[in-house]
Design a protein around this ligand. Sequence first.
Ligand SMILES: [Zn+2]
Length: 298
Amino acid sequence: MFLCYIDESGTPDIPGSSSHFVLAGISIPIDKWKDCDREISVIKLKYGLAGAEIHTGWMLRKFFEQSKIKDFESLDKRQRIYEVEKIRKLEILKLQKSKNKRAYQQTRKNYNKTSPYIHLTFDERKDFIKEVSICISRWPFAKLFAECIDKIHFDPTRASRNIHAQAFEQVVTRFEKYLQVKHKFGLLIHDHNETVAKKHTELMREFHRYGTPWLLKINQIIETPLFVDSQLTSMIQIADLCSYALRRYVENDESELFDNIYHRADKIRRTVVGVRHFTAPECRCKICTTHRREPETP
Ligand SMILES: [Zn+2]
């Protein structure tokens, strides 16, 4: 049996704040789950992140406060936290007084999301994420499935589904095909988010009943997706890293993290079948060139 952890990056809204919406799934056999979790925990421990949730998008931002602290790199962990928190507390007080509710809420959210990482410099955070991506690249049993939708190319008047549903349908179809070849069963695991949970559960029920446009029957994926708390499950955080790396590659051509995780994309011989870039036919990115190398098997 295989578990496929799913997460998304970017917004499915048009236009939204990103040009792409990415849904990625990373599949592992159930007997590897503990080893994967342990390997990630070892890397977290090395960077003082034991028990912290890896949220790649938040981790790879520049923390403005750190640049204001003199010789931040030379301070120890406790001092770094103390100095960053001092600046942050003052900023929160200032915003409270200014009565700018929106800025206050946004700043609080920003501080909450990034507080587990403030003891690490920007370079250390980048090294951490890179180390995790290298770790993923070395899991020969792991397979990456993803749909990267270019929202400019997506024509809602011609598409039968919305962006979110198309992405889910594609990932489900590719994971199911992989399981059919392996003669194994699989389960989708998703971060708990009420809106997404409802949509994906309904879609999965529909696929079980009628198949998808690409597959008459879904036989190998069992149940509707299981929803877990991403804070407690490292493997969901890995799916978050994968979707982030894919989006940053298709949007900004950032290839360092992408190359590591793309190594795990499901292939038939030399053709990548697990990951697709839904965009203009003339695209020559690594996904499009490796996806189109040979005609896809039906
Ligand atoms: Zn492309």
